[in-house]
Write a protein that binds this ligand. Structure first.
Ligand code: GDP
Ligand code: MG
Length: 437
């Protein structure tokens, strides 16, 4: 999967690393190659266009970090943008928000719907749920037996009651689920050939009767960018909530996978990675982005990056303090940074130990309140907090919904922060300790 794109990315990175310093021209040339690779892998051209524009913008926005090579910074940007294109951080499949939860799989004939439904039943069972497999494919005589066998293999419930119509099937399955206290209904549907109007009308009717919480389109990973108009045509009759890509174990280029989220606006939930019942995984965008980028130790690179960023930020603060330009705008930036790096503990970890005061603890709730206080000030007050007299403080306290004492506390921290930054700035070229909030 993704081989051709991975190879192209590898070549691009080799080129960037050989260069050392990068000009805008170098980055544009690298992105031009990335673009060719993505189009070559049959990624939807609008998705490619957006991706390249966003990545270029993000590269331009990158700060120059002394301790990172520009090549590594480009890798980090591409990884982040790819993660975004694939759906963002996370990926834990579907969340069963109520009982009974109704899932329906739709898609072309042979895409892997029935097999995937069995796999999904097993996965949900492993998560602690009680699935019911419902044989809703009336088109193929063998579909009923195929699903029944999967149910036996996965050791989950199968609706085998008699029925003569979709209505009867769904009503019967509903009753069955209630009687047996099953919490998730999984409906198979008839495989459609592309743009078959009559079948599409039937699917619309099934959707209306079944009232699904999740309608997932099952797509063969080999399909390429024509997955997009196909998904759109399904979405019109059976509004999709996401996708499952099958045959990830094949040598597909992955164009459809890379296109889906950005083009359809719905997440990829799972991937099929083989023919066995256990071969269904959650789709985790950042993991695939890391694989595509092909950098051996992405976690290590991200950690080095965040350290370099924290240091650069600290050096910048120290410079400002020393030149007497550190004001409440800067403090606000610092407080925001606390949230951005995912909690203060993470930020402390990433700092060189020499500059972290022992036992430094920052309460994130406090950081939020301090920010609210700063937000309630006027521009003049933020630039020159020395002018804050009692009446100004009362006004600000009202605006921020806090006690005046909280403002005094914040100002004390501001003093402390400036002092520590000055000290650290003197000791270290660019190191900074955090104040104790
Ligand atoms: P349906 O017509 O959409 O219901 O498709 P089926 O579930 O009958 O699957 C069609 C074929 O694809 C079967 O031979 C499956 O074993 C195969 N298949 C489904 N998912 C995967 C997968 O993730 N990897 C591989 N290698 N084969 C798969
Ligand atoms: Mg089937």
């Amino acid at each position: 999967m993704f081989e051709s794109v991975r190879k192209a990315f590898g070549d691009v990175f080799d080129g960037l690393h050989r260069k050392g310093l990068l000009s805008q021209g170098d980055i544009d040339a690298a992105l031009a190659e990335v673009k060719i690779a993505l189009l070559g892998a049959d990624v939807d051209y609008r998705v490619v266009k957006t991706f390249i524009a966003r990545t270029r913008e993000a590269c331009l926005d990158e700060k120059v970090l002394k301790s990172m090579s520009p090549g590594d910074q480009v890798i980090k940007v591409l990884y982040e943008e790819l993660t975004h294109t694939l759906g963002g951080q996370g990926g834990k499949g579907i969340a069963l928000t109520h009982i009974p939860f109704r899932v329906m799989l739709v898609g072309l004939q042979g895409s892997g719907k029935t097999t995937t439904l069995g796999k999904l039943a097993l996965l949900l069972k492993k998560e602690g749920h009680y699935p019911l497999l419902i044989p809703g494919d009336f088109g193929r005589p063998a579909a009923y037996e195929q699903l029944q066998k999967l149910a036996t293999d996965a050791d989950v419930s199968f609706y085998g009651g008699s029925f003569g119509s979709v209505e009867e099937l769904l009503q019967g399955a509903d009753r069955w689920a209630r009687d047996k206290s099953l919490d998730v209904l999984l409906l198979d549907t008839q495989g459609r050939h592309e743009f078959d109007t009559q079948l599409m009308e039937e699917l619309e009717k099934v959707g209306r009767l079944y009232y699904p919480d999740e309608t997932l389109i099952v797509l063969d990973a080999m399909i390429g960018s024509k997955a997009i108009p196909l998904a759109q045509s399904f979405d019109r009759v059976a509004p999709l909530t996401g996708a499952i890509f099958t045959k990830f174990d094949s040598p597909a280029q992955g164009g459809a996978v890379l296109s889906f989220k950005e083009a359809i606006g719905k997440p990829i939930r799972y991937i099929g990675v083989g023919e066995h019942l256990e071969d269904l995984d959650y789709f985790v965008p950042e993991r695939h982005a890391a694989r595509i980028v092909g950098y051996g130790d992405m976690d290590g690179l991200l950690k080095r990056y965040s350290e370099a960023e924290t240091q650069a930020n600290a050096a910048n603060v120290a410079r400002k303090v020393q030149s007497g330009r550190f004001d409440l705008y800067d403090l606000r930036e610092q407080l925001l940074e606390i949230g951005r790096v995912g909690g203060i503990n993470k930020m402390l970890e990433s700092l060189p130990s020499a500059v972290v005061p022992s036992g430094a603890v920052v309460d994130e709730g406090l950081a939020k309140r301090f920010m609210a206080i700063i937000d309630s000030m006027t521009d003049v007050e933020r630039r020159n907090p020395a002018i804050l007299n009692a009446s100004r403080k009362r006004r600000i306290a009202r605006g921020a919904g806090v006690d005046v004492r909280e403002i005094n506390r914040m100002l004390k921290q501001f003093e402390l922060f400036s002092r520590m930054a000055r000290m650290a700035g003197n000791k270290h070229a660019g190191g900074l300790g955090l104040p104790r909030f």
